[in-house]
Every structure is written in structure tokens, then in C-alpha cells.
Design a protein. Sequence first.
Length: 460
Amino acid sequence: MLGLLIAFVVVVWVARLVLKKYPAQPVLFTAGVVMMILTLVFGLGEILPAKTSTGSPWLDIIQSISLAFSSRAAHLGMIIMLIGGFSTYMDRIGASTALVHVAIKPLQKIGRPYLMLALTSVLSNVLAMFISSASGFGLLLMVTMYPVLVRLGVSRIAACAVIATASAPGWGPAGADSIYAAELIGMEIVPYFIQYQVPVGIATVLTLAAAHYVVQQYLDRKEPDAMAGQDVSANVTAEQARAQEAPHVPAFYALLPTLPLLIVLAFGLVDFGVKMDISLATLLSLALTMVIELVRHRNGLEVCKGVTAFWDGMGMQMAAVVTLVVAAETFSKGLLSLGAINTLITSAQEAGFGGIGMMFIFVAIIIGATLITGSGNATFFAFVPLAPKVAALSGIAPVLLVLPMNFISNLARSMSPIAAVMIVVAGAAHLSPMDLAKRTFIPVAAASVVNIALTLILFF
């Protein structure tokens, strides 16, 4: 029980620091190290097993961090960096913007405002699989779709609610959290995406769109917006518009961000006698894109300057995501070394909670932490490393913990008024993030309920 008490105090301390905008990585590293030190001080457990121990329990604290870096950076980290680099390259050459423009063009011909609102929700949540930045994607939609929706008669806050939830489910093989989730349950990312994310994700996206259709229409009638039906293009500032400017490119460039997934799916469906994984597909897509750029520009220097965005993107993923994964593992290691998780599971079982009860406990923790911190990734990476051990002790399949945590951490972000995407979208429309969170709450809550229910129906 002492270990659980220490863990609770440390978790509250971590949440408070993250809420004060402390960077997540040093906070999680420090919290993990503190918990491991207290484990040794109070004799609550060991840090590393004998086969990986340095021989000194105190040095084992640092060794555990070293082992986490070496294991994660070698495989998982490389996949994350490759996909992140490719996504950055797509932004640099204008392919991501082309994808959005081509995809939304048919929607602009629909005359029914709330049907268009719902279809925008569906389409944007599909496009989000190929665009890594939720806030960047949200701002792009504010420049492109927001004026169209409002001109049709949708209120500004309703249009913003759909755009703020454009990346809400957080599904797709390009997401760092999805890649990590697949790794934890012992799968490659594409099989995890197809077998687990797709069936649950489709239902989640459709529920979100249907809820937006009903809720936003009802609230717009209850709280009319005087600017609905007007041209609000000028409300999006010149600085925000310039932030989303991209080079003029041929329409077929819209296919380039989808190349890695299309290649993996093609080799998975047809036996070419070649083993294709997401890393190889990403590098092949990079090579094909460079050839296309060379043919188009006929300037090798221009192509080489463009591809530097790929290396820059890899570096940013290493600094922002891979370090977060290792910091989160250090934090989880501290919780495990204290014996807090074993105590929590034992207490839950004695209280009558089974494995499904533990799933709901972890989902509640994810929702609460994400609402407080505004960061779905930081919350997910902090707690999901515990999932395999908790699942084993609770007698359930790891996917029953990992999959809901994967989805819910992203969904809950769209209900937090301090999340980056909520602030960016609300700011672009000169609205309050708190008011926006009130508009996203019911659709996101409905999507979350369907997500968890379908996970239990399909995989329990």
C-alpha cells in the first residue's frame, strides 16, 4: 500500500507540472527516477532483474533508462522517425495541402449545411491519417473549409467543433501512438491498423459525424449565430493563411502522402514474393517522390534542398516523440518497481473488478489526465507501457487495454480547452476554447462510448 500511496502523490505532482506547461519528457524522467529511488530506499522491490543488472541497484536506475533508449530507438524509434520525416517532406513540397484541397472539393458542391458538416467530419478524420500535426491540420481546415461551412449557414462555433475534432480518433499507421500500441501487443503497425483500428475506427468516425449533425444543428437553433451565412474569410488572419501556404503542385501530388500505406496494402493483398513493412514502404515512397520532383523541376539542387525536410522531420520526431516514449517507459518503470500496479490490480480484484473493470479504470485515468494536461500523446505514452503487465495479471488480451487507450487519449484531447488544436482552431475564429470544448463534448463522448463498446463486442 505504501508503494501505491507514493505513486499517487508522484502522479499528482506530474499532472500539476505538466498543467503548468513544464515539458513532459524531463518531468516523466524525473518522476520515474524518484519512484525508483524510493523503491530502493523503502525496500519495495528491484529495479532490474539479475540478467540485465549492473550489479549496483543504484546504477540500475540509470541502466534502465539506457536499456529503454537502446531498445526503443533501434526499431520503434526508427519507424516513428521515418514516417514523421516523410510527413514533413510532404508538407514541404505541398503534397499534404494538395491532398486536402482535392479531397474537399466535392464537398463544396453540397447545398445542405449540416449534411456537409457531417461529411466534413468523416472526410477530415480519414485525411488525418496522412497528416501528422493535429493543430496544423486544424489550421489548414480553418483556411479551406471553415469559410465554406459558415457561408452555407452553419454557425462559427459548430464549424470549429467539427474542425477541432478532425483528428479526434487518432487512428492510422502513421501515428506514433499507433505504432507504439502495435509494438506493445507484439504486432506490426499495418496488421494492427487493419485488424483492430479499422473496424473500431470506422464506427467511431461515423458516430462522431452523426453526433455533430444532430448536436450542432440543435445548438445552432437554440443559440443562433448572427454571422452564419456570411463570408468570414477575412476573419482568418493573413498570418494564419500564410502559415498554410504551399507550393502550387499538380493534382496527382495528392496521392503522394498516401503512398506508404498504399504500397504496404498492395504487397499485403497480392503475393509479389517480397516482404514489405512500413519502414521499407516509407523509404520507397521517399525515393519515388524524389524522382517525381526531379522530373518536375529538372533541378537536382532544388530536389536535394526539398528532401532536407525529411531529415529535419526525423530529427524532430526523435526530439519530440522518441524521447517521450523513453521518458514514459522510465515513468512506468518507476510505477512498476514500487509495486503500485500490483497493489492496484489486487485491490480492484478484491473489490469485484475483473479485467474489464481494469480497462475502464485505465480509460478513466487517460480521460482525466488528457483533459487536465491537454496532451493525448503525453498521457498515452505515460500509462500505456503498463498495459501488457496489467492485462496479463487481469487475465485479458493486451489489445483490450491498449486499443481503447490509443483511441481515447486522442478523443479526450478534443474535449480539453487547453489542447493545442482547440486553442489554434478557436483562436483562428476569434472564439473561446472553453466554448468550443462545450460544443465538442457530446459528439466526442458519444464516439468514445461507441469506441469502447465495440472494442468489447469485437475483441473480448
